[in-house]
Design a protein around this ligand. Structure first.
Ligand SMILES: Cc1cc2nc3c(=O)[nH]c(=O)nc-3n(C[C@H](O)[C@H](O)[C@H](O)COP(=O)(O)OP(=O)(O)OC[C@H]3O[C@@H](n4cnc5c(N)ncnc54)[C@H](O)[C@@H]3O)c2cc1C
Length: 348
């Protein structure tokens, strides 16, 4: 009797940093991977928003705001190694902002930023992998041939031997219900903090700091976007991204973006010297419903893998609440799946 080894076909749902790390690791192991994301671009919460701005002379410019994660750190040796590679490839830079807290001033600290914008890191990891963007996976079906992904508009993709979920817990719970109810029920309990984010452009002037952590008021963190490495703004324009505190974001979750933009704009104005009224070129707000896991949310394992079903799960919330945690979870899932498939390849 001859045994045919069936080449595993793997779907990764989610092209944030966890999904990108997972897909890159699976490709490194020689596996056939296709990535799906509901958005037009990649990067998930490592996001950059572009808006058009017309100056008083009628010239049209694009303003850019890193309105999700603005910067991140690298502590784990594997992540540091991967980020060193990304730096050599020119998609990562060190940022040493002059950070102001009212009292006293924080020493400068070095963070990492993807260049020219935050999604560049996921784009780099996913380089040339088959990517289906604008594919919102609505539910999963499983039969003898494997998994089929069914999109919101009923498009179908499959069959896949395994599916990796690299999406936030609430969304993952919806796809897992009926297939892995224990996981789904656990994920429903994972609490995520919301975050209102202000994107603002003002006239440029000589402001002494690049970022600030106000001690009071609704803003937790604000940074000058165009002063980050690899960014720019139209001449004479300064761009700002401010994240509201978790308490403010929770209390104002259901208010309109316009009302929030006005309120956070006033808070930003209050950080300026009193005699310096700001001239606004742009003011808008974005609500992140699921911005970050509550601090302290962790799983015993960095990723979850059910070899019987061919189902995997990764994401920041399993390891921590930041970019590094997301990458580590995705990378670990790739290693786990590659090792499992090497041990017991699918046979017919
Ligand atoms: C406002 C804000 C500020 C932050 N600040 C920092 C910071 O300073 N430093 C730091 O390290 N981290 C920060 N973070 C956290 C960091 O961005 C996240 O921890 C990390 O990016 C999470 O990556 P992920 O891949 O796990 O999830 P995500 O980035 O959320 O990726 C999930 C992907 O799945 C896609 N998706 C979801 N559902 C479906 C579906 N049904 N079908 C198809 N695709 C789907 C989404 O479109 C998304 O691309 C911040 C986050 C926010 C929102």
């Amino acid at each position: 009797m001859s045994i045919a080894i069936i080449q595993p076909r793997i779907a990764v749902i989610g092209a944030g940093i966890a999904g990108a790390a997972c897909a890159a690791g699976l490709r490194r192991a020689g596996l056939d991977v296709t990535v799906f994301d509901k958005s037009r671009g990649v990067g998930g919460r490592m996001a950059t928003r572009r808006v058009e701005w017309i100056d008083p002379s009628g010239s049209v410019f694009e303003l850019e705001f890193d309105h999700g994660a603005q910067h991140f750190g690298a502590r784990h040796p594997r992540f540091k190694l991967e980020m060193a590679r990304a730096e050599r490839a020119g998609v990562l830079a060190r940022w040493q902002p002059h950070i102001h807290t009212a009292w006293p001033e924080l020493p400068s600290q070095t963070s990492l930023v993807a260049v020219p914008n935050m999604p560049a890191l996921a784009r780099h990891l996913l380089d040339r992998l088959p990517l289906r963007s604008e594919h919102p996976v609505h539910h999963l079906e499983r039969d003898a041939l494997g998994w089929t992904l069914v999109m919101g508009d009923r498009r179908r993709e499959g069959p896949f031997s395994s599916v990796m979920l690299a999406i936030p817990p609430a969304q993952a719970a919806l796809l897992l219900a009926g297939h892995e109810d224990t996981w789904a029920n656990t994920l429903q309990l994972v609490r995520m903090e919301a975050c209102w984010t202000l994107m603002a452009a003002t006239e440029d002037f000589d402001w002494p700091w690049d970022a600030a952590q106000p001690e009071r008021g609704p803003i937790a963190w604000v940074a000058r976007n165009e002063r980050k490495p690899g960014r720019s703004a139209p001449p004479g324009v300064a761009t700002w991204v401010a994240h509201a505190t978790p308490a403010f974001s929770k209390a104002h979750l259901h208010e309109s973006p316009e009302a929030i933009a006005a309120e956070l704009g006033r808070a930003l104005q209050a950080l300026w010297p009193a005699n310096r009224p700001l001239q606004w070129h742009h003011l808008s707000a974005h609500r992140w419903r699921y911005a970050r896991p509550y601090p302290g949310v962790r799983s015993a394992e960095a990723c979850w893998w059910d070899g019987t079903l061919g189902l995997g799960l990764c994401g920041d919330f399993l390891v921590g609440e930041d970019v590094e945690a997301a990458w580590r979870s995705g990378d670990e899932l790739a290693d786990t799946v590659a090792a499992a498939l090497e041990e017991s390849p699918l046979c017919s």
